[in-house]
Design a protein around this ligand. Sequence first.
Ligand code: NAP
Length: 284
Amino acid sequence: MGGQLVEVLNARGHEVSGVDIVGDQVETLDITDFAATRDFITARKPDIVIHPAAWTDVDGCARDPERAVLVNGFGTQHIALGAAAAGAAVLYISSNEVFDGTASQPYREYDMTHPINPYGYSKWVGERALADINPRHYIVRTAWVFAHGGKNFIQAILGAAAAGKRLRIVANEVANPTYNDDLVDALALLIETERYGIYHLTNEGYCSRYAFARYFLDKAGYADVPAEPIAGQEWQRLSTPPVYASLANHAGRHIGITLRPWQEAVDAFLEKEGLLSIGKSSES
Ligand SMILES: NC(=O)c1ccc[n+]([C@@H]2O[C@H](COP(=O)([O-])OP(=O)(O)OC[C@H]3O[C@@H](n4cnc5c(N)ncnc54)[C@H](OP(=O)(O)O)[C@@H]3O)[C@@H](O)[C@H]2O)c1
């Protein structure tokens, strides 16, 4: 997400300094280092710091919750403090996993958060730290992001289907599939509004992981490949995802920022990857 943000914001005429922990194409910064983070930001005097960096390995976070809070929580605090010192706003990318998943309808932006796993807790600590330190903030929660060039659910399932593996997919976990291309465009619009606050930016609509997989399997030419719907409890993993954690975009809609329906976004993703084998959703 960070890499694509740099490209899209540059193309929109912004002057962008990219940074990451590896630093192979951009400068290196570890956000767990407070002094380095503060100095990096204050030296550049940005108008805004956009912060998608995180330890996103949810099972890793469950194994090492302290580290999760260090990177996702205190790393965000360091950025918030550095930005406040530089007079900059902050946009922080957060997650639907700050909610507990017991709702029966999509979560709105100001619904009560209650994370139930260490990754969600660490992202929530980041939200709290930013909100406490810097009033000029956007907290953007998103969910189930799929992107070109990254490791993601679509590529993993299509790869397994192509290899003839048995497919078992969780049917009782619900959220919003979100195309990184669409999200990044929405973020670029949002930072130009200066309408600070909490946002839920995902593609429109929601579904189970099973329905998501069935949709792209069918579209990519695997309609006759069986997939078995299973309960989340049957899929052994360290982290416990919230069961029903779909997000509703009220705040973005209020200022004219919405993303297309997830099915159209999946079609666009598959088409760009050269994997779309049957027509777009509007034709089916
Ligand atoms: N992907 C999703 O489905 C999803 C859903 C909801 C919310 N989000 C949020 O969206 C944001 C972007 O996600 P993504 O999918 O682009 O994740 P990603 O590919 O894992 O990107 C996160 C980046 O942060 C870097 N990073 C990790 N620790 C760091 C540190 N201490 N200092 C500086 N950089 C560090 C990572 O570097 P390494 O790769 O070298 O560790 C990686 O380049 C994250 O905040 C995530 O919590 C993602």
